[in-house]
Write a protein that binds this ligand. Structure first.
Ligand SMILES: Cc1cc2nc3c(=O)[nH]c(=O)nc-3n(C[C@H](O)[C@H](O)[C@H](O)COP(=O)(O)O)c2cc1C
Length: 125
């Protein structure tokens, strides 16, 4: 999944997607008064980008929010790779992209999810 930071959080398009899929009985359920995510044994890979820098974690409603939404549906193993400063430091974009790409190649080598990770590398290029 790719997720740009829009006004400190996720885009309205991505929010709309979660609003459509996070439904009781579909991706989560209530069992004995407890909420249970139904998407078990799944992992998520999230590629984020933001115009500024991650200097102020108190105002980051993107990474934790996404992690919580994924947890909500049962995906507890999520990896976040971020590209930052695309507006603040435009000269650094290539470096940021190549750092993110390196992290993706390492994931590719250490996991079996070739298709998803190749897609991410394609998006970066
Ligand atoms: C509507 C809008 C809101 C944004 N809000 C933020 C923000 O709160 N913090 C930030 O660091 N960058 C912000 N940005 C910059 C984007 O995170 C950055 O350009 C990102 O790479 C956008 O990806 P996209 O061009 O694929 O949409 C915003 C960009 C847009 C268009």
């Amino acid at each position: 999944m790719t997720a740009p930071m829009y006004n400190l959080s996720i885009s309205s398009q991505l929010k709309n997607y979660f609003d459509l899929i996070i439904r009781a009985g579909l991706t989560f359920s209530y069992i004995n008064n407890e909420r249970v995510g139904l998407l078990k044994n799944k992992k998520a890979l999230i590629l984020t980008s933001q115009g500024g820098l991650k200097y102020d974690k108190d105002m980051d409603y993107l990474n934790n929010y996404l992690r919580d939404l994924l947890n909500f549906v049962g995906i507890e193993d999520s990896t976040f790779i971020g590209v930052e400063g695309v507006a603040m430091k435009p000269n650094n974009i290539e470096l940021e992209h190549s750092n993110a790409e390196k992290k993706l190649w390492i994931l590719l080598i250490t996991t079996n999810n070739f298709y998803g990770i190749f897609n991410m590398i394609y998006i970066l290029n």
